[in-house]
Design a binder for this molecule. Sequence first.
Ligand code: HEC
Ligand code: HEC
Length: 456
Amino acid sequence: MRSVRASATIALVIAALTAGGSLGAAAALWFRRPALQSASAARAASANDELGALKASFRRPAAVPFPADNPFSEAKRALGEALFRDKRLSVDGSLACASCHERDKGFADGKVQGRGVPGRPLKRHTPTLWNLAWSSPVFWDGRARSLEEQVAGPVESPDEMAQPLGSVVTRLAADPAMVRAFAEAFPEAPRVDATNLAKAIATYERTLVSPHTRFDRWIAGDEQALTQNEVAGFRLFTGKARCVNCHSGFAFTDYAFHDIGLPDEDRGRGPVLRLEAAEHAFKTPGLREVDRSAPYMHNGSLATLEDVLRHYVSGIVERPTLSKDLTRGLELSAAERADLIAFLATLTSAAEPTPPDTIVAAERGPAAPAEQVSTVSQDEKAFHPTHIALPPGGRLWIVNNDTRTHNVRVFDPALDFDSGAQEPGETVEITFPVSGSFLVFCGIHPKMELYVDIAQ
Ligand code: HEC
Ligand code: HEC
């Protein structure tokens, strides 16, 4: 981990690095039983432990993860920000990325469906861009595997900026200021080209960490930071309503794909994975700055947070693909709805939201040392363990001990593996043909990552 100081202020609070890690810690605390205490004292202590562990699971991560082949640098971030605002990226010079992703609208655009260069409504609603550093695949259906891969999408899409990346590069390369900025950002490959353009924009996007709000003060221990009603809303969110099943962690998303029963024909993640179990599933949006980013959902169909709650209570369309994490038969009184909405408002900053001035950058990769085991289990949307080493010709068994359907994948030049739907109780077997390091992940819950080292 390395600390990079861009200019001044804000410190990021330390916490467990991965969603899996923090969930694991929460579970461990939950079952801790203090010895030698009266039953009622033990009950009170364990209720405190429970709330403490729950609050800890919302703490901010210590560092922002960057991929090894595109580490953070301030020159790259600054170039990325300039490109994000540059209208030369669209064919007629009318649109920048920032035209559709506006910071004071939660990096969305406030419209049900935005419009690109040709003026037709886009197929989906513009999503927020806060806290995407922790997301692996991007887009509502996760069809781009990384932020770098995503950039070509809107630039080249005939419905959005409508221009081949090659032409953008030619335009920018004719501008001496751009040539200089690219050379500073990429001293090892000083070129204006599509790869560097994507790397710069992705670096800027990874620094879009949502600002601290009252909720963070409360998590950090200031009991006065939230009102009674807001705390009641938090208890509903994490308790009876189980919103936290999917909206978990500091950004309030598991970055996974779920069908929550919205009535439309969009098949979402299904066609991307060619997997029936993922039909109508969309990426869980984070809820930071959510008060600014209405309307909501992949199709922008819900205008207000009241409408969103109405959907979860009485709007769910019955389908075989509905997420197993979805709360069914939920009933909320008018007072409970008001508390939930008051709580959600504590995730939005009072002033204009600005990303942090200081970024603590970490390299993406395994957090734990490799264990010598050939069987790995899946539970609570995580692999256990998360990093293993196998002998040459390594064979691996992955057992689904979870309540959810998984889809085990390896996407590597040496091995392209797709388990199809792996139901609870089923075991998947993978043989690694060559030595090297491989990433095994779940297509439905991509934050589930297993690093496998195969010895020479
Ligand atoms: C015309 C409006 C428009 C423009 C211009 C635009 N976007 Fe988007 N953006 C969208 C829409 C709509 C989606 C959702 C598409 C989908 O998921 O199918 C999206 C999705 C995204 C996502 C995925 C977010 C997530 O949660 O996975 C990222 C990242 C993104 N855009 C970045 C950019 C960048 C970078 C640019 C400029 C190169 C850009 N956008 C230009 C409308 C726009
Ligand atoms: C099964 C997982 C799951 C549960 C449980 C869940 N959500 Fe969601 N939530 C999602 C997904 C997935 C979406 C996006 C769905 C889409 O666009 O098709 C979403 C969208 C939202 C949005 C819109 C955000 C935006 O930017 O468009 C809000 C607000 C929201 N949920 C709040 C809640 C609340 C409050 C609860 C509890 C009552 C809850 N969610 C329960 C998965 C879940």
